[in-house]
Design a protein around this ligand. Structure first.
Ligand SMILES: Cc1cc2nc3c(=O)[nH]c(=O)nc-3n(C[C@H](O)[C@H](O)[C@H](O)COP(=O)(O)OP(=O)(O)OC[C@H]3O[C@@H](n4cnc5c(N)ncnc54)[C@H](O)[C@@H]3O)c2cc1C
Length: 452
């Protein structure tokens, strides 16, 4: 039988004779059939389109590329859905049109800060006194998810300012210090950064911190270097963590941009998160008044509490990045043709898509539960570390599959997936590398520490 030619017997078997009889009473069926028998192929296809019948000529509506397969977002409250919608619209209207240009230029689009301010997102997470709202972690999570579906750098800018820097002051500041800095940070009138990592020590910074502080009269003198500090090239201030030369205790300081002895050089040549500006900070006899020392810091424990909070947010970054890559790959597979078929019709491509979707769906369940635990005050370090380890690793696999679905186009910035592919590498390494978070979970489940 010739391809696409319907079998007449099959067609006759589908006809409902009762309905045909009714129709024959209303229209000249014999005349129509006679006219149709004289039509050529093109005219027949036009007729069948006009009547909205005839499977082969009809354009089927394909499902939308949506990574929320289990409708997790349906479990959100109205307020959470409203915030998610605001971020979703903002990312598409404001970030999407400029992100590739800024990513290529290795620059953060500072105009976005003013536009983000209007979204008023931080007040959905934090209260003005530095306490967290009842659903803060879920809220932070869905903001991060919606941002990362389009662009991870934007989420990182927000996470450094509204997570790491804000939480350092909220957890480590005195009441007076919180009043001084937090309201401006909530409204994004002043932008913060978080300086913990050093050139010689990321993983070991808790034990091997080399940046020092020394009491000197009514102030402190800071010396050392900090590496990878996001937002620090344009932030109004950076929280600097330093070890007391006398007591060896870890202390936190708010160091304002422009303070003598404090300088920042932008790190060049990154292959991931290029829109985030990371700085290399040098502190050379940098003098700060005691009122800039975070007065309620309890040594390393405060840093650890800050990182526990933000690690949950980073776990959501992995999910959002993977979901965005999956959605791009699915949309591409639905329209890209090879061998006369959409590549989504090939079984091997469907296998990629289904494996990606399974990972995204499982990860979304994991971080949703993690955030509920956090908001109930039941999340510990190992809970956050497990989600960070798992989502970062799965995200790496999902973006690799997504990139593969695009063939050569997968390495072109204009198709979107390449940015997700590259950005995953940073998610994988910061806020505790895969190995360090694995050791945290391993210690919790065995009761035995494998840290050196
Ligand atoms: C894009 C980006 C943004 C960042 N932003 C910030 C920021 O804003 N503020 C900030 O303070 N920091 C920031 N960081 C730093 C980040 O937290 C560190 O890169 C991270 O902690 C890892 O430290 P490291 O790069 O020095 O790697 P290292 O600690 O040198 O680790 C190298 C390798 O050794 C492994 N390793 C180390 N110790 C062990 C061990 N005991 N057992 C097994 N394996 C081990 C690690 O897992 C890793 O694979 C950022 C980093 C990046 C890439």
């Amino acid at each position: 039988m010739e391809k696409n030619t319907p079998d007449l017997n099959d067609l006759m078997a589908q006809i409902d004779l009762g309905k045909l009889g009714v129709l024959a009473g209303k229209v000249d069926l014999a005349g129509i059939l006679n006219a149709a028998s004289n039509m050529n192929d093109k005219q027949l296809r036009q007729l069948s389109r006009a009547l909205g019948v005839g499977g082969s000529g009809r354009k089927r509506e394909l499902p939308a590329a949506d990574g929320d397969f289990y409708d997790y977002l349906d479990t959100l409250t109205d307020a959470q859905v409203e915030v998610a919608g605001r971020v979703h619209a903002f990312m598409r209207a404001e970030v999407m049109p400029v992100m590739n240009e800024y990513w290529s230029r290795d620059e953060f689009p500072r105009d976005l800060i003013g536009k983000m301010r209007e979204l008023n997102l931080l007040r959905a997470i934090w209260n003005e006194d530095g306490t967290r709202r009842p659903d803060a972690t879920i809220m932070e999570g869905i903001i991060t998810l919606e941002a990362c579906r389009v662009d991870v750098s934007t989420a990182v800018f927000f996470g450094v300012h509204g997570g790491l820097a804000f939480a350092s002051i909220a957890l480590g500041g005195s009441e007076e210090q919180k009043k001084r800095w937090l309201p401006d940070m909530l409204d994004m009138r002043r932008i913060g950064a978080f300086g913990l990592t050093e050139p010689e020590g990321g993983s070991q910074v808790s034990e091997g911190m080399r940046t020092t502080c020394r009491r000197d009269g009514d102030g402190w003198v800071l010396n050392g270097e900090k590496k990878w500090i996001g937002n620090s090239t344009f932030s109004d201030f950076t929280v600097i963590w330093a070890r007391d030369e006398e007591t060896s205790e870890v202390r936190g300081f708010v160091v304002e941009a422009g303070t003598p002895g404090y300088s920042v050089e932008k790190i060049q040549g990154k292959i991931a998160l290029r829109m985030v500006e990371n700085g290399h900070i040098t502190l050379q006899d940098c003098r700060v008044a005691d009122e800039f020392r975070l007065q309620a810091v309890q040594g390393w424990d405060t840093v650890s509490d800050v990182l526990k909070l933000t690690r949950a947010g980073v776990a959501w970054q992995g999910v959002g990045c993977a979901m965005g890559a999956y959605e791009l790959a699915l949309a591409y597979a639905q329209q890209r043709k090879q061998f006369g078929k959409r590549i989504g019709e090939f079984q091997l491509v469907q296998n990629h898509l289904v494996l990606m979707l399974a990972d995204v769906t499982a990860m979304l369940g994991m971080v949703t539960r993690l955030s509920h635990l956090a908001d109930e005050g039941r999340m510990d370090d190992a809970h956050a570390a497990l989600a960070k380890v798992h989502t970062a690793a799965r995200c790496r696999e999902v973006v690799a599959r997504a990139r593969e679905v695009f063939g050569g186009n997968g390495i072109l910035l204009e198709h979107g997936v390449a940015k997700h592919f590259a950005d995953t590498e940073a998610i994988y390494s910061y806020e505790g590398t895969n190995e360090i978070n694995t050791l945290v979970v391993g210690r919790a489940v065995t009761g035995l520490s494998a840290f050196v």
